[in-house]
Design a protein around this ligand. Structure first.
Ligand code: F0G
Length: 461
């Protein structure tokens, strides 16, 4: 088969700067060994997130010039609304500046204290917004989703029997909505099957519970359905995406992912009365309902991005480049969450550094080593991000998994840059036995991973 190539050519370039190991050691030390506190220009390949980091196309840049910056009723809003409507089928489209703004407005409107919101796995801002509204966020991943080494085509599925049991346990009146995150970011960027979306939709509808998609990576999810699920091979991805949305009653969306833009998002619903309440909240903090915290030009860029992202040549390249990274390192024995996700490869830090106990933060060690070795920035998704310090013993309590996420920005890095990342990971892998742990020096009580500082417990070399 012919090589899968980047289906674009490069028109504008942005230099990235190679640094020496000595410089990187100094930068990391100055940042308290926390890669969130590095200056981005001291990073060579930045895999911290796939959010807001996409390269826009020539058409998107051209669309910016069409942006109508009228306060009310701008042409750009109608273009945006019509694109989102034709993709999702939802009647009421509310623009927001990013995904979490849509989450805040949705949960503040529908949740009351004591309510319960099920999801395959809540992303951290989604959970935080559910909890800020006084409700409880419940994750119901399928059992196969919980075992990193075990490959399964749809590890993002929700456990439908667990959803049924939850509905019986707490009662329909305490579940204001049920959500599916496609793809499941916190669960390893794993897709949800159409069969699972259908089953969750059917169960919710039989109980009268509104069913929502957290649709940030809807196009990557649709691509996996076409590739892996019986009966969808000959259906265009755009059609699969439309079908996914039509099983739901509404969605939240961060256009910073599959909208292929640097900012933007929306909230959508078919419920007119709910939309009016949401628009009132929108006006309070985001803006008038025809711009919602965005400039007219941003609305234009999202409208173009939502169409480009469903291009099958793009998706073929996109999924192949993430898979290539995952498969190449796995071939050498590097333990990863299997199979590679749509937007990221997740290294299993606990399996990679088994001699580093969890309370000595093996994921943090791996993130530091990748930066020191080659200027590659990933993010720890383990004890630092989701653990906490036991107030009595002072020991670190770890979450179930200790992962490091390498998220690949869309249309940004070339194959040789991905090959470079593979080399860096393999160099770290080769010297893994000499890598030790870290400890916290300072930490804040909430979202500590963004601001904490650390100290190595071994000689960095
Ligand atoms: N839902 C999911 C599944 C996400 O991955 C994110 C963001 C959000 C909601 C919130 O969207 O950032 O536009 O407010 N994820 C980014 C990440 C930050 O790095 O995975 P936002």
């Amino acid at each position: 088969m012919a090589e899968i190539i980047e289906p674009f050519r490069i028109k504008v370039v942005e230099p990235i700067r190679v640094t020496t190991r000595a410089e990187r050691t100094r930068h990391l030390r100055d940042a308290g060994f926390n890669v969130f506190k590095l200056r981005a220009e001291d990073v060579l390949i930045d895999l911290l997130t796939d959010s807001g980091t996409s390269a826009m196309s020539a058409d998107q840049w051209a669309a910016l010039m069409r942006g109508d910056e009228s306060y009310a009723g701008s042409r750009s809003f109608f273009r945006f609304r019509d694109t989102v409507r034709s993709l999702t089928g939802f009647e009421h489209i509310i623009p927001t500046h990013q995904g979490r703004a849509a989450e805040r407005i949705l949960f503040a409107t529908v949740c009351k204290p004591g309510d319960v919101v099920p999801n395959n796995t809540h992303f951290d801002t989604t959970r935080a917004n559910v909890e800020a509204a006084g409700a409880r966020a419940v994750d119901l991943p399928s059992p196969t989703g919980l075992v990193p080494s075990q490959a399964h085509p749809f590890k993002g599925d929700m456990a439908v029997d667990a959803l049924e049991a939850l509905i019986q346990e707490v009662g329909v009146e305490r579940i204001p909505l049920c959500m599916l995150t496609v793809t499941n970011n916190t669960g390893g960027g794993q897709p949800v099957s159409m069969a699972n979306i259908e089953a969750v939709s059917k169960l919710c509808r039989s109980h009268g519970i509104p069913f929502y998609l957290d649709a940030c990576r809807f196009a990557e999810n649709a691509w996996f359905i076409k590739e892996r699920e019986e009966g969808w091979q000959d259906v265009p991805v755009a059609e699969i995406a439309r079908r996914m949305f039509r099983l739901a009653d509404g969605c939240t969306m961060s256009a910073k992912k599959d909208g292929l833009t640097n900012i933007g998002g929306f909230l959508a619903t078919n419920d007119g009365q709910l939309a009016r309440q949401e628009e009132n909240l929108l006006i309070l903090t985001e803006g008038f309902p025809t711009y919602g915290g965005l400039a007219g030009r941003d609305l234009e860029a999202v409208a173009v991005g939502l169409e480009e992202v469903l291009d099958e040549d793009y998706l073929t390249y996109r999924i192949a480049s993430v898979r290539y990274l995952g498969e190449k390192i796995a071939e050498h024995g590097v333990p990863i969450m299997q199979p590679p996700g749509g937007h990221a490869v997740y290294l299993d830090a606990a399996a990679l550094l088994p001699h580093v106990p969890r309370h000595e933060l093996p994921g943090q060690s791996l993130v530091a080593e990748l930066y020191l070795q080659g200027g590659v920035r990933g993010v720890e998704v383990g004890t630092v991000m989701f653990g906490h310090t036991d107030p009595e013993t002072g020991r670190e309590i770890s979450p179930r998994l200790e992962l490091v996420r390498l998220a690949v920005p869309r249309r940004v890095y070339t194959e040789s840059q991905i090959k470079y990342v593979i080399d860096v990971i393999l160099e770290v892998w080769d010297r893994r036995e000499r890598i030790g742990g870290f400890r916290f020096v300072e930490q804040e009580p909430v979202l500590r991973h963004f601001t904490a500082s650390f100290e190595p417990l071994y000689d960095l070399g």
